[in-house]
Design a protein around this ligand. Structure first.
Ligand SMILES: CC(C)(COP(=O)(O)OP(=O)(O)OC[C@H]1O[C@@H](n2cnc3c(N)ncnc32)[C@H](O)[C@@H]1OP(=O)(O)O)[C@@H](O)C(=O)NCCC(=O)NCCS
Length: 192
């Protein structure tokens, strides 16, 4: 019963991240990034941590979110972020494409629907901003590929890239019609 009530509350709360969330977003990224990529990235990758592990990175991002960019948080019953999504214009492709730059849900909160909510809400908002298609790049070896496939993404692109200082193979998942897929999918962001 407790678990059910907690889950209901968590599932309702996807909000725009605020400056006061910087510490928590860094914690979400740090914990989840380590869990997700241990065994995939070489050990050396964990000696020099990504900037997103530091609160200062998120403080800077949240101080001025550029137009057409967004940072969303999934929050727990205490209003603390336990998941995050960052999106903006596609860094490598067409002008009317949105890219999901980051999607991280803390290990204890995975498989509760938060990743789906964050992705759906991010792409819905990007569609409302004028983007017609969406893409996310993931490590080809990562477990998250199953998640993107479950959410209807098509593995249309491959590339070799350098991520966190290391050569990796990446797969690009594409949603060609954000309007059809996400426009009515998610309710409006929860008030905070
Ligand atoms: C990938 C991630 C964001 C998914 O978030 P989540 O909250 O656990 O996912 P959800 O609960 O919303 O899952 C939605 C659906 O996808 C399925 N799913 C989730 N993770 C999956 C996986 N690894 N493989 C296959 N299916 C998966 C769920 O079972 C659910 O299916 P359903 O519709 O039948 O219920 C989360 O696991 C995560 O943060 N992973 C580590 C970081 C990472 O890899 N991020 C992506 C960087 S590109």
């Amino acid at each position: 019963m407790m678990r059910h009530r907690r889950r209901q509350k968590v599932l309702q709360a996807t909000v725009r991240a605020e400056r006061r969330d910087a510490d928590s977003l860094a914690q979400v990224f740090d914990t989840t990034w380590h869990m997700a990529y241990r065994g995939i990235l070489p050990a050396a990758a964990f000696e020099d941590l990504p900037p997103e592990c530091a609160p200062e990175h998120w403080r800077r991002q949240l101080y001025h979110v550029p137009p057409q960019h967004l940072i969303l948080a999934a929050v727990d019953e205490d209003d603390d972020p336990v998941g995050l999504a960052a999106a903006g214009p596609d860094r490598f492709g067409g002008q009317d494409w949105a890219e999901l730059y980051a999607l991280y849900v803390m290990p204890g909160y995975q498989r509760l629907g938060l990743g789906r909510r964050l992705l759906s809400e991010a792409f819905r908002l990007m569609y409302e901003t004028g983007f017609e298609a969406g893409i996310v790049w993931t490590l080809t070896e990562a477990a998250s590929r199953g998640f993107y496939e479950r959410l209807g993404g098509a593995a249309q692109h491959r590339r070799e890239s350098v991520e966190w200082g290391h050569d990796v193979a990446q797969t690009g998942y594409v949603w060609p019609d954000l309007g059809a897929r996400f426009a009515a999918a998610a309710p409006a962001e929860a008030a905070r």
